[in-house]
Design a protein around this ligand. Structure first.
Ligand code: ADP
Length: 525
């Protein structure tokens, strides 16, 4: 960053700086001198004359002192001999806002114009512009934080029109033993009792020796919609894709895009004259939507050569199916398909979970299986898989919208061991869509969480293993959550626990805050 930059960086900051008797902040005058030396050609604002006779209040005189005319600011901004970022550094925030409000600067392009070393300033100025244009005018001075954030990782990758960031409390449940290794379970959530409840489930699972997982599938999917002039022609294309020749041609084109993408299957379906093709591929440690989209595009180009009459309506024809409820995901799987299983000794069910194997199994059948069947659910045969999964998604930089299909889960419980006194419990989750490279995993705090789990970035020896391990951890944590909530329901603890742990003391009138602590932990579902 140039040493003369930000002569008038923040009006608010400068107004707070120590002033001399003449009312001119000392550090400001120093900075102005530096700018004058560096850019003698610039017409910089002069200090207000003490004998000007102006009767305007101090605030007014400071405003006019800091703000040059629109014409002057434009001349500085559009000076052709300098890069735009340097010109902007010569203008105060208020002057930049004036140019933006006058239509000379696009608010969405502030970061591009300011350059990499002034990203936070771009965010601060956008907040001011949007705030002042809004009916409430609160954004600029709101408690939405924006300082001390690495916006270089956000730019062009994670978010546009950035005005700050939203912190979410991060708790840790567990540790939980998964496949013989202990993991802390990171959960970003604002739902009281969720972490505590999951922790209780971890305790019970650990007491039985921990969770064992099996990965039964790994394949991200994309399903374009392709129009043909007639159903006959669509049928011919379908037959070609289903043939060895067609499959091989599409595979070759698809896999040319990435060394991580290995085409696993092609599923075709026709509706009228429209053909749908569901590409399924491994994607290494990436969740894989970008990767598979590029591969699908290549495959369709190859197909177009053979079927020039076809029209690709959309790369995603909802046959994927991404971020929408769909039976195809539940049946075929999407992302990582994981089963997590454990045995809980009967005495642990009694002492830690405060219920019995018999009550748990009965409730699981009546609620998670029969209740969901009565409701016509697809993949919702669980108590609150989405609660645990989404909290871990947020903590580890996953795409939270994919919780729609990723949370599909069937929870099963049955008595096991001598006289059926122990509990065999499992969750079956066919669509855990996670990655440890790309997307929100590039952000530093999320990377810190992935580091804590030992699964950040690309696996050095076995591409894909980090993402698969994360999916196994998530399924295991869901198992802990299921166990704890079902137990709380079976024992009738739910209402009491919520009253004690999940009522905001801040917004709740004192008289209505319960004083009796709950007997156990639970979470709403
Ligand atoms: P997504 O496909 O999930 O949207 P990105 O496209 O943002 O993810 O990130 C994937 C990128 O990371 C690809 O360009 C890929 O080449 C690169 N990459 C590096 N190592 C790996 C790995 N082990 N697995 C998957 N992708 C990897």
């Amino acid at each position: 960053m140039s040493n003369y930059l930000y002569p008038l960086a923040s009006l608010a900051q400068i107004q707070k700086s120590p002033s001399r008797e003449d009312g001119i902040p000392e550090d400001l005058e120093l900075k102005l001198k530096q700018v004058r030396l560096a850019h003698p050609e610039q017409s910089l604002p002069s200090p207000p004359s003490s004998d000007s006779g102006s009767s305007s209040p101090k605030q007014d005189s400071e405003e006019s002192y800091f703000l040059r005319s629109l014409k002057e600011c434009l001349a500085i901004y559009e000076e052709p001999s300098r890069p735009r970022s340097e010109s902007l550094a010569l203008l105060s925030d208020e002057e930049v806002i004036m140019l933006a409000n006058n239509g000379n600067i696009a608010t969405y392009a502030l970061e591009k114009l300011f350059g990499m070393d002034q990203l936070e300033r771009a965010v601060r100025i956008r907040r001011a512009i949007l705030s002042r244009a809004s009916s409430t005018g609160t954004l600029e001075s709101s408690s939405i934080p924006y300082e001390n954030y690495d916006y270089s990782r956000v730019l062009g990758a994670c978010c546009e029109n950035v005005v700050g960031y939203i912190p979410i409390p991060l708790g840790v449940a567990g540790p939980l033993t998964v496949d013989g290794k202990q993991y802390p379970i990171p959960m970003a959530t604002a739902e009281g009792t969720l972490v505590a409840s999951t922790s209780r489930g971890c305790k019970a699972l650990n007491a039985g020796g921990g969770v064992s997982t099996v990965l039964v599938g790994d394949g991200m999917t994309r399903g374009p919609a392709i129009d043909f002039p007639s159903a006959i022609q669509a049928g011919k294309a379908k037959a070609w894709i289903d043939s060895n020749e067609g499959h091989a041609a599409l595979r070759e084109a698809f896999e040319s895009m990435s060394r991580f993408a290995k085409l696993k299957s092609l599923k075709t379906a026709i509706a009228g004259r429209t053909l749908y093709v569901r590409f399924a591929t491994t994607t290494g440690d990436a969740m894989g939507m970008n990767m598979i989209s590029k591969g699908t595009e290549k495959a369709l180009e190859a197909m177009q050569k053979r079927f020039p009459e076809m029209v690709v309506l959309a790369l995603s024809g909802n046959y994927c199916t991404d971020k929408k409820p769909a039976a195809i995901n539940w049946i075929e799987g999407r992302g990582k398909s994981v089963v997590a299983e454990a045995v809980i000794p009967g005495h642990v069910v009694k002492t830690v979970l405060k219920t019995t194997v018999r009550d748990l199994c009965n409730l699981n059948v009546k609620k998670n299986l029969m209740g969901s069947a009565m409701a016509g659910s697809i993949g919702g045969f669980n108590a609150h898989a989405a609660n645990i999964l989404t909290a871990i998604f947020l903590a580890t930089g996953q795409d939270p919208a994919q919780n729609v299909e990723s949370s599909m889960c069937m929870t099963l419980m049955e008595p096991t061991g001598l006289n059926g006194e122990d509990l065999l419990v499992s969750v079956t989750m066919p669509c855990i869509e996670v990655g440890t490279v790309g997307g929100g995993t590039v952000l530093a705090p999320q990377q810190g969480v992935l580091d804590m789990l030992g699964v950040r970035g690309a696996h050095p020896q076995h591409p894909g293993q980090n993402a698969q391990t994360l999916a196994r951890i998530i399924a295991s944590a869901v198992l802990a959550g299921e166990l704890s909530l079902l137990s709380a329901l079976a024992a009738g603890h739910l209402i009491k626990a919520h009253m004690a742990h999940n009522r905001s003391q801040v917004n709740t009138p004192a008289a209505s805050v319960p004083v009796t602590p709950g007997a156990g932990f639970a979470s709403r579902a």
